[in-house]
Structure formats: C-alpha cells, structure tokens
Design a protein around this ligand. Structure first.
Ligand code: MRU
Length: 348
C-alpha cells in the first residue's frame, strides 16, 4: 500500500554537497531559521544543543557529519568519537556511526569522501521510505475513526521525513482512521506544543495540545482509542526508551483500556542492550525545568531532576511497528526474529 503523500510536506535536513542545513528546532514555531554545518564538530554541536533532535534525525545528521569529516580531511576516528558523545540515549546515533565507519574502512582513500556522502544520503532516503512503510502499517492497526494522543515530536522534524508515530498519524488521518489528534506539550522543551503542533498545522491536520498532566482526563473522557509514540531505543526484550512521560502514558493507557503503539524504524532497535534498565538515560541541566524562556520561575534555592527519557516496559506495549511490519505484544523472541531480518518476521 502506498502512503498518501499529500501529508508529507515538511523537510528539516538538507544536504547541499558541501554542508548540511538543519532547520533550527529551538526556534520553531516562531522562526524558520536554518543552521549550516560545514564540519563534524558543527554537526555534533547541533545535535547536543537540540538544533536537530529525534532519534532517527540525530543518526542521519551524524552520518552527514562523518561525510563532512571525510570531505574536510578531518581524522575520521576523532570525528566519530565527537559525534558519538553528542547525546547518549538514541541508539540511532551509534547505529549510523557504526555503519559509516564500516563504509569508511572498506573504501580506498581516493573514493572515501564520495562514498561516505553517498552512504549518508542513502541512510536519509531509507529512513524516509521506512517511515512511509511503517506509517501505513501502523495506521492499519487503528480501527477508527478514533482519536489518538501522541507525545514529543516524532515527525518529519525528528526523522528523514514523514515521521514514525507522526507518520502513523499522517497516514491514519489521510485514510480516515484517525479523526482527532491530541499531543502532550512535552515539558520542558515543548516538542509537542511547538514542533508537533507546527507540523500538524502545516499539513492541515486538526490537532489539540494538552498539558502533560491532562492525559488521564483525556483517556477517561473516551475521546481516544490509541496512544502512538516513537522511540529512542528499543531493548532486546522490547522495553522502550522514549521522551520522559511516555511510561506514564503507557500505565494510564492500560488502566483506561486505551491501546498503546510504539512506532520506530529498525535502526532504533538495539539488540546489544538486554533490557530497558541498561539503556543510558540522558539527564539535562536543571535550568530547563526551573526557568522559562530565560526567566527563573522556581525559587532561587530550588533544585530539579531532569531525566529527559524514561523506559516503558514491553508488557505495556500493545503494538510495535517498524518498516518490517507489526509486532503485537512485542517480546524478546519477536524482536530476535525481526532482527534476523526478515520481512516475514512480521504480522503475528
Ligand atoms: O529529546 P528529543 O527531542 O530528541 O526526544 C525525542 C523523542 O523522544 C522522540 O520520541 C524519539 O526520538 C523518536 S523521534 C522519531
């Protein structure tokens, strides 16, 4: 089934041959400003500082960063190390760097830069294609029309295009399975209120922002049939690290009889991490919680704890959708079959 591409207008990462242009996600939706990265340290800084964010987009940007290092004659080992330290939780970053390192090792010195550019472009195109496929497959699970709740931003901004959870929502909206989209504002960076709301408005999809604390009331109201979220890392047993608040949504969804879907490309699966307890969780500065738009809102002596991801146990996930298809009640055995690669590891 081919997706309805009429809802696929946003692109946030453009390769210009000698530089990577990134739509600055810190400034959206007030301003559509682009940041040019001409070398690997600039890409690493853009990832660290949240110019580009979202697991697949982080991986693709890092791949272009390696290509830039080769083009500018920088030592590839140190470029890969710098990029690899930019953010800790999204496994796509390491997946992309390992893939680029394998290509670099196999290429001769004269062809290396060109091959690395091609590989980054291929990864970018593959991610877009994966999202089209998983978006349609995930939407097909939704027996609508019904409303959905999503969290953070998992759209074109967070990926090579179309999005993962937001790809499911784009596809489900296009074919009438989804008739209302709610998004948690996603404190403290407001990826939901700023970025997902911006993407949905661009596509003409009707959406409503809720404060994160309104999720239980929304589920109790009967307005949504599904929660659809993305992932930063899927452990070998099916536990999922995603934006802080995701686990709480899964717990609530189980209580209220709302179904819970995780949408992610296979590049987000980390077979080397046994379970969610072993996933490194990024903690960001306290100021992100204690201040708002540069203005302190908490008392001077207040402290904060700011983990930016949490882990949803596999047992709370009804559906995991990747470009290989749909896993119901994902577990270690199903993920192992999927990792074996198979396109027929799919519908259970
Ligand atoms: O801190 P962020 O904005 O990079 O966190 C992003 C998320 O948690 C997304 O849900 C996840 O990366 C999937 S994006 C397709």
């Amino acid at each position: 089934m081919s997706p309805d591409v009429s809802v696929d207008s946003v692109r946030a990462m453009v390769w210009h041959g000698d530089r990577l242009a990134l739509l600055d996600q810190r400034r959206l939706p007030l301003e559509e400003a682009w940041v040019d990265c001409a070398d690997a340290p600039a890409v690493a800084a853009a990832i660290r500082d949240m110019v580009v964010r979202g697991a697949p987009a982080i991986g693709i940007a890092a791949a272009y960063g390696v290509a830039l290092a080769a083009r500018t004659g920088t030592d590839l080992g140190s470029a890969v190390a710098t990029l690899g330290q930019a953010r800790p939780t999204a496994i796509n970053l390491h997946w992309a760097l390992e893939r680029m390192s394998r290509v670099a090792a196999a290429a001769g010195p004269d062809e290396r830069a060109a091959r690395l550019v091609r590989e980054a472009e291929t990864m970018h195109a593959e991610d877009l294609a994966a999202n089209h496929t998983l978006g349609v497959a995930g939407a097909a699970e939704i027996d609508g029309p019904t409303g959905v709740l999503t969290h953070c931003n998992t759209g074109a901004l967070a990926t090579g295009g179309f999005g993962t959870a937001l790809g499911v929502i784009r596809a489900g909206w296009a074919d009438g399975r989804i008739d209302a989209v709610f998004m948690g504002e996603t404190r403290p960076w407001l990826q939901g209120a700023r970025l997902t709301a911006w993407e949905l408005a661009r596509e003409g999809i009707d959406g409503r922002v809720i404060v994160d604390g309104a999720a239980a009331a929304l589920m109790a109201s009967g307005r949504i049939g599904w929660v659809v979220v993305g992932a930063d890392r899927v452990a070998a047993n099916g536990d999922v690290a995603n934006k802080i608040g995701t686990c709480g949504l899964a717990v609530l969804a189980r209580h209220y009889g709302v179904r819970f879907m995780v949408a992610a490309p296979a590049s987000t699966i980390d077979p080397a991490t046994a379970d969610g307890g072993s996933i490194p969780i990024e903690t960001r500065p306290e100021d992100e919680v204690l201040a708002w738009a540069g203005q302190r809102v908490a008392p001077p002596d207040a402290r904060a704890w700011n983990p930016v991801f949490d882990v949803t146990p596999a047992a709370l996930i009804d559906v995991l959708v990747t470009e290989y298809g749909v896993l119901h009640n994902p577990d270690a055995a199903a993920l192992a079959r999927l990792q074996e690669g198979a396109a027929d590891a799919v519908v259970q």
